[in-house]
Design a protein around this ligand. Structure first.
Ligand SMILES: C[S@@+](CC[C@H](N)C(=O)[O-])C[C@H]1O[C@@H](n2cnc3c(N)ncnc32)[C@H](O)[C@@H]1O
Length: 275
């Protein structure tokens, strides 16, 4: 069953203070923005902006004549984003608390670009993409990123180990985790797939120090709450040691994650979407 909005919000409120410690988050977000190539004067929506990595990168790339709106449901993440905007002196980024999949207060056809970095696995995919299609001007671009199915390796290992405790955790990357699925979702939402590329993101060893925390506080794995404190302690010790072994025997495998960047164009006319 997908996690509720309240569960997701609370999970990210808890993670907000340490989220920026993971060095890969920013590289992952900045690469999406690089591929989307925002231009001067654009109106840009950063859906599920989190601590604002993609919003900041887009505002920098598009310059002072552009405007970026970041939306997120987590007050904790938004508060970190606000701190960053203030310390960077960014005046062309606004941040609001809202559900990125339903933005009735925003006008149809009012954005040139919608970004969503690492956010769609928490959202109802089709509903969100359709909403962003509505918000885009004809010819506008949507750009999102997602893990390829089975990645990150540390998360796969976590799920495998969880099965030893009777927990059947599913891979949250599965619904979008293949380029063909990204293209299909883009088409189903009325976009013309423009560019769908698989690349890798490299974690640092320090990133993996947060792996247990990220998995157990994440909204996809709340079934762990069913375990007793003793089981959790044993699970944690086993997971940490298996991950350390993997890092020592096959560091590249443990630290490299395949990711997908998918870009779709809003057709200029309804018939364009038939392409
Ligand atoms: C993994 S973080 C990604 C944050 C940021 N885009 C980045 O690249 O670092 C996912 C974010 O999605 C947000 N989120 C989840 N569901 C949401 C929803 N329905 N509406 C808006 N934001 C949502 C979470 O609060 C969290 O900040």
């Amino acid at each position: 069953m997908p996690a509720s909005r309240e569960t997701i919000e609370s999970a990210f409120n808890q993670r907000a203070t340490t989220y920026d410690n993971n060095s890969w988050h920013i590289r992952y977000a900045e690469r999406l923005v690089e591929l989307a190539a925002p231009a001067a004067g654009m109106r840009i929506l950063d859906a599920a902006t989190g601590t604002g990595f993609a919003a900041i990168a887009a505002a920098r790339a598009a310059g002072p004549t552009a405007h970026v709106l970041g939306v997120d449901i987590s007050d904790g993440m938004l508060s970190r984003a606000r701190q960053s905007m203030t310390s960077l002196g960014m005046t062309n980024v606004d941040l609001i608390k809202a559900d990125a999949a339903s933005l009735p207060n925003l006008d149809t056809g009012s954005f040139d670009l919608v970004l969503c970095s690492a956010g769609l696995l928490y959202l109802p995919i089709r509903t969100a993409l359709r909403e962003w299609r509505r918000l885009l001007k004809p010819g506008g671009l949507v750009a999102f990123s997602t893990m390829r199915e089975g990645f990150p390796v540390a998360a796969r290992l976590f799920r495998e180990q969880a099965s030893h405790y009777g927990l059947a955790l599913t891979d949250p990357a599965t619904p979008l985790g293949m380029p063909s699925r990204c293209r299909q979702e883009l088409r189903d939402a009325g976009f013309i797939p423009a560019q769908v590329v698989t690349e890798t993101v490299r974690f640092s060893r320090a990133d993996l120090e947060y792996a247990w925390q990220a998995h157990t506080q994440g909204p996809h794995h709340d079934a762990i709450a069913a375990l007793s404190p003793t089981q959790v302690a044993t699970f944690r010790a086993e997971y940490t040691s298996t991950l350390a072994d993997l890092l020592n025997t096959n560091e590249d495998h443990a630290l490299t994650s395949e990711v997908i960047y998918a870009l779709g164009r809003a057709g200029r006319q309804e018939t364009d979407t038939q392409l």
